[in-house]
Design a protein. Structure first.
Length: 340
């Protein structure tokens, strides 16, 4: 078939799912969920680098060996926004055009972040309007002047002199760089985008459009909500099981370590759906591991993948978190670019 020839020419595998059949679902269901306390699943937060302009950001260890590469993950520290901090606190680095913040503050914050990464506040910093999809855009200098950003959840570029970026406040940011061809990509991976294989399909586009080879790619997974805190419902488990043979391996049953809750569970009964109740066991998803698996499935070696940053929900003083703030949160950015 034509589609098989096209996929094979790109070096891709058409389907990575387990073989279907009457026993396939039963075999998947037989995989037991790991049980853990949330503390066992938490990751420490790294110490940010502080730029000369006061912006706190996270580099990827070892990527400084690529002298042609710009990159970084922002934190909430070091900007001018007042929308999400106490009156007596210093300004913050909200990089998203949210309803609570002023456009002027966000524009100034974006210039500060671009300066921290590239040395110049005038470096174009291009974002997309994120829709939890698997859409990836090829970005050029012309996109810096667009009044309305493209809709999608990934950007890819081989054009020097600009920064491509995605925004997060719990979702997982992924940066990818081709060391040989100097092609870079940024991905926004919430659970919906992860189910739609945003990272895996985006790397496929890098291979088809630019000729990137998996052995030349390096990737970094940035700060996002960790398996320690990301409680979800059974419907999310069903979505992952329907798409990935290893779907159940991405989930944990997490029990509360609160002695009062464990001793008097009836005091905390709610009518909320499973996975959203404050008492355990709760169903927790490891989005970081889910996206690491997609990078591996795309052909990257384990040593080429780095996990940077801690859990956004565990460290609300360092990161913006939609869950930790109950929806009142700014936005961070993951950015990457090619030096001119």
């Amino acid at each position: 078939m034509a589609i098989d020839a096209l996929v094979q020419s790109a070096g891709l595998v058409r389907s990575l799912r387990a073989k279907s059949g009457p026993g396939a679902l039963a075999r998947a269901r037989s995989v037991k969920l790991d049980r853990a306390a949330s503390e066992e699943l938490s990751r420490p937060a790294p110490s940010p680098r502080i730029a000369a302009n006061g912006v706190h950001w996270l580099p990827v260890p070892g990527w400084e060996k690529l002298p042609w590469l710009w990159h970084g993950f922002s934190t909430r520290m070091g900007g001018v926004s007042r929308a999400y901090c106490p009156d007596d606190a210093p300004g913050e680095l909200n990089l998203g055009f949210t309803a609570a913040d002023s456009r002027e503050a966000v524009v100034q914050n974006r210039a500060l972040f671009a300066e921290a990464i590239t040395g110049s506040p005038a470096t174009p910093l291009i974002a997309v309007r994120q829709i939890h999809s698997c859409l990836a855009h090829g970005t050029t200098q012309a996109d810096a002047s667009r009044e309305t950003p493209w809709r999608g959840d990934a950007q890819i570029t081989a054009e020097p002199g600009l920064l491509i970026a995605i925004q997060t406040a719990d979702c997982i940011p992924v940066l990818v760089a081709d060391r040989r061809l100097r092609v870079v990509a940024a991905f926004h991976a919430g659970w919906r985008g992860t189910v739609k294989r945003i990272v895996e399909s985006g790397i496929g586009r890098m291979r088809l459009q630019f000729g990137s080879r998996p052995q030349d790619l390096v990737a970094a997974i940035g700060p996002g909500i960790g398996p320690c805190c990301y409680a979800v419902g059974e419907e999310v488990l069903s979505e992952f099981e329907s798409q990935f043979a290893y779907g159940r391996e991405l989930f944990h049953e997490v029990y509360s370590t609160d002695e009062v809750r464990n001793k008097y569970p009836m005091l905390f009964l709610t009518q909320r759906a499973p996975g959203h109740s404050p008492i355990g066991p709760a169903l927790h998803l490891d989005l970081i591991e889910a996206n690491r698996r997609q990078l591996l499935a795309a052909g990257l070696k384990p040593r080429a993948i780095q996990v940077v940053g801690g859990c956004t929900n565990c460290h609300p003083g360092l990161f913006f978190s939609h869950r930790a703030s109950k929806g009142h949160a700014g936005r961070m950015m993951a950015t990457i670019g090619i030096k001119p």
